[in-house]
Ligand binder design. Structure first.
Ligand SMILES: Cc1cc2nc3c(=O)[nH]c(=O)nc-3n(C[C@H](O)[C@H](O)[C@H](O)COP(=O)(O)O)c2cc1C
Length: 362
């Protein structure tokens, strides 16, 4: 009975972890409640395994081979689970919204990936130590660990990019502390998919991660960031707008068109943006293929940036700034190009504070 209960709890813990990694589909409320469920299961797991844990600790000096490895993996897993719990509180929006230490969802995702991978190895080694078919068990452990890492490091960012649905209250997301900007007269210029895409009439936010609905209207991530900057320092915000053909409605089609444009070094036609009256251009863009979208290159080549400062603000699905800063600097050699902040697409609606802090540091 105790063994069966232990097995059920173990399976439940793996299932909860997996469901939590699929945040895109379960949403924040379920994610946080599942986190509570995971903690409860973990406590039951430790209570049920208390004798085995005590035995392992008692014989620590005598452990060899796979038993010693299991002990090390378990210790690492405990540390990662503790760190994951702290980071959960740190990014919680529902249960503990007031706790903020680093407030890093990226760290939270890395820790979750580490916990899943280590949990697979931990459970696998348990089986390895019991079975006679060591080679099969070892192969399964490696496979499971690789799958967990692929899930956390590749699949989750991919899903976030393609399937994320976000509804926001624009005024609430955009407004916040006002900051005195000391870097001359600033202008925010942004490029975003919304406004530059021929969306099918029935399109909704489900069709692309980069899409969200602000007060029911489609809005791009970069546009929201630009609005936050404009609100913080009271500057103008102008969009880079295509004058010719727009990008296709389907996310994947836009990805291939953008890839071709990058290979062709295309410079799509855009409406003119006057920058002569400004000292600092805050350039907000989504990472496309690890760099700036080609319409942003069109903008950079369309104006005289000599003597100006260009502050870069990127949004992305995992790539940081990619090689965008280098590419921007190469296009406008007369300007001072500074990497500002790069914000993960998932974190944009709650990025007002980060933007404010960055602007204050300047
Ligand atoms: C054509 C295309 C290419 C992309 N390439 C990358 C990439 O290389 N790295 C990355 O982290 N995100 C990439 N993304 C994700 C976007 O950078 C991310 O969803 C961004 O927040 C979208 O901002 P927007 O709503 O202002 O367009 C890409 C998105 C598109 C549409």
């Amino acid at each position: 009975m105790k063994k069966k209960l232990g097995l059920v709890i173990d399976i439940l813990m793996y299932a909860i972890l997996l469901a939590q990694m699929l945040y895109v589909f379960v949403g924040n409320t379920a994610h946080e409640l599942l986190g509570m469920g995971f903690t409860a299961c973990l406590i039951c797991h430790v209570i049920l395994k208390r004798k085995a844990i005590a035995g392992m600790l008692k014989n620590l000096g005598r452990l060899r081979g796979a038993h010693l490895l299991q002990c090390c993996v378990t210790a690492l897993l405990v540390l990662c689970v503790l760190a994951l719990m702290i980071s959960s509180m740190d990014v919680s929006r529902l249960l503990l919204p007031q706790v903020r230490i680093l407030g890093s969802p990226a760290l939270h995702r890395c820790l979750a990936t580490a916990v899943l991978a280590l949990a697979v190895v931990h459970g696998g080694l348990h089986g390895y130590n019991k079975t006679k078919r060591k080679k099969t068990a070892a192969a399964l452990i490696l496979l499971g660990c690789a799958a967990a890492l692929a899930l956390g490091l590749a699949l989750v960012p991919y899903l976030n990019r393609h399937y994320k649905t976000v509804e926001i209250d624009r005024a609430q997301a955009v407004s916040g502390e006002k900051i005195a900007f000391s870097g001359g007269k600033p202008l925010t210029v942004y490029f975003t998919r919304v406004g530059n895409t021929d969306f099918a009439p029935e399109v909704d936010a489900v069709s692309g991660a980069s899409l969200m609905r602000a007060d029911g209207e489609l809005m791009g991530n970069s546009q929201l960031l630009a609005d936050m900057i404009a609100d913080a320092i009271g500057c103008d915000a102008q969009a880079i707008t295509l004058t010719g053909e727009k990008y296709p409605s389907a996310y994947s089609a836009t990805v291939s068109v953008a890839g071709q444009e990058l290979r062709d070094k295309a410079r799509p036609g855009i409406a003119p943006i006057e920058i002569a009256d400004y000292d600092t251009i805050i350039l907000v863009y989504p990472l496309w293929w690890g760099t700036i979208p080609m319409p942003v290159a069109s903008f950079l080549e369309s104006a005289d940036f000599a003597g100006k400062t260009v502050l870069l603000v990127a949004t992305q699905g995992s790539s940081g700034f990619g090689q965008s800063a280098r590419d921007v600097a190469a296009l406008i050699p007369g300007a001072k190009v500074i990497e500002g902040v790069s914000i993960y697409c998932d974190d944009i609606p709650a990025a007002r504070q980060t933007i404010g802090e960055w602007l204050k540091e300047l």
